[in-house]
Design a binder for this molecule. Sequence first.
Ligand code: GCB
Length: 606
Amino acid sequence: MQRKLILYFLFLFPFLAHSQGLITNTFNRNTTTLDGTWNYIVDPYETGYYNYRYEPYDQLKEKNNSAFYNNYHTDNKLELVEYDFDKSPTLLVPRDWNSQDEKLFYYEGTIWYRKSFDYELSNSTNRLFLYFGAANYKAEVYLNGTKLGVHEGGFTPFNFEITSIIQPKDNYLVVKVDDKRIKEGIPTINTDWWNYGGITRDVKLIEEPSTFIQDYEVQLSKGSTNTLSGFVKLNNVTKEEKVTISIPELKISKILAVTADEKVSFEISSKKIQLWSPESPKLYAVYIKTTQETLEDQIGFRTIQTEGPQIMLNNKPIFLRGISIHEENPMRGGRAYNEADALVLLNWAKELGCNYVRLAHYPHNEYMVRMADKMGLMVWEEIPVYWTVDFSNQNTLKNAENQLTEAITRDINRASIIIWSMANETPPSETRNNFLIELVKKTKSLDDTRLVSAALEKHSKDGVNIVDDAIGKYMDIVAFNQYTGWYGGSLEKAPDAKWDIKYNKPVVISEFGGGALQGLHGTINERWTEEYQEYLYQQNLKMIEKIPNISGMSPWILADFRSPKRVLPNIQDGWNRKGLISNNGVKKKAFYTLQNFYKKIKKEYE
Ligand code: GCB
């Protein structure tokens, strides 16, 4: 049978549903992948979504209120006869579309995806969920003619229950993904990275028993090295349920009674916990068990706090030897999306001598943070509140809070994550402060064990570098970006720079750096040469070492990354060249400058 883009769902769900309570730890559940080839239709005018009066089909209230409807509907079905998925080409999922087809390289707009699949529940009382690791930027999801809902935000997961819709044969999943940049979005229109569109992360079906473990947290209590605490949240509790949390290696087994679909807290004491650290990234097998299922996770336990100007990991001062990373595999071009990509990026960071990575400027995929857990890399995780988002817009705030909540919910059990970052280089104002304060409150309400920060900026007066952004008061770490020797400032004088930082808190340089085309050589005064970049690193490192309360850094950036803003012919050609590694995977001279510096710092802290 020829399948068309059938839009009969439009009249069944005349409202916008949203995604439902997030299911976590999908890596260790009973799942079936929907990754692979999906048919697609490029729809720049959104003809599949709006009628000719520019009314969204799925929001039409009256059956006969549009000419389109009168002309084309039969039997509550609306067919766009000019569409045919079966005759359409395919894209790989997960992957951005830009790097899969030259014609889509610069495309920003709507693409319709279609996947057909069969699925039989293994047990008639079981439930089925459809899970997306991420789709950039806005996804509208339809299954067998029913609209499941909408998700906004390109870097966090979402899921929908499909138990009552799934059929054993020929399920017809349609997803509209729209990556148009919008002023009120998170991020907004203007960023310095490629706006990769598409279903960029794994898609899976999750089969669960009727009552199941939706979400949980097992972490050390704030400041304690021997009390584990957290919560378990079951879904669809109809009678009292017994939940057992066990960690066999620690001889821990704790039973909770759960009587409602809400987070039930617990505390467990243990004297023998071996703490997670970069030197020894110990992970424990943790089991959450109900009468209906057992879920395993691999979780590390560590404490992270500040004491005046110091960051304390497991009660010992640490220095964050970091690097900033975009979620991109530069050698392939395109979004990083799997374990192999995570290994490429994080192995480079390890080789550089890092114990810490800043995953900029949005939540990276789950492979990255799970790999960081295993490799012993501490992580700064960020949401894309970048530059000039629409701070006075309440919907924008809700959107940011939602993305933050999804990121924290997905990653709360990852020992590697020590810092939640609220924003990057946002212009100070009362409106912006209020926006960020709300995000800090949200973060602390979801997770009081980690540190909160944001990449701020410095300004200069009478030759003194000043950091006095009022939002610093709400941050556990004062982090700021500075580009001495690239966007102004003298490299010769850098080591003698004066600093006035308002807060007695740990200071982290969240960015510094400069561009170089790998293979281009010259003097230290010639921009874009490897020598210039090397000198820039040498001078910046001399300067940074002397900054009061300095506790770490994440220079900008591990590898060259694509940015439409970077157009200088024969040098940039669409790449931001501040990478220490080229887009061919070749290390530039400055890589070794930083590597040597980190060797020295490591010795000082041992
Ligand atoms: C910054 C931004 C980062 C840019 C970088 C640059 O301050 O935070 O996203 O890519 O500068 O290269 O200019």
